[in-house]
Design a protein. Sequence first.
Length: 128
Amino acid sequence: MSPNMQAFLAFLQYFVAALLLLAAFLAVYVRVTPYNEFELIGQNNAAAAISLAGACIGFALPMAAAIYFTHDLLEMIKWAAITGAAQIAVFTLLRRFAPAIEQGHTAPAIFMCAMSVATGVLNAVCMS
């Protein structure tokens, strides 16, 4: 097999695994929150979209770092569990903002987004 094909297959393996892990994280995350972000987003609730976007980015950044630093699928899966738990912990600590987000208030959603992204950045950089 050519080096280009090997590189493409490695890319595909990590990319598909990362997308599946992101989907699994989202499935768990929307069950942990007291509301369904996807339903709220469907109702044009920008606050829910902002909050969920922060959790997605906060999850994806450490996943990117795990792929970059470990080059190992099993390690990536372990880090997915760790970073997913970190994102759920952020939501749990800031849970008091949930009713405001459900009502569409964007200020608490932006704060939640920022805390999720900040946690993801710190999680990612601690892997290096």
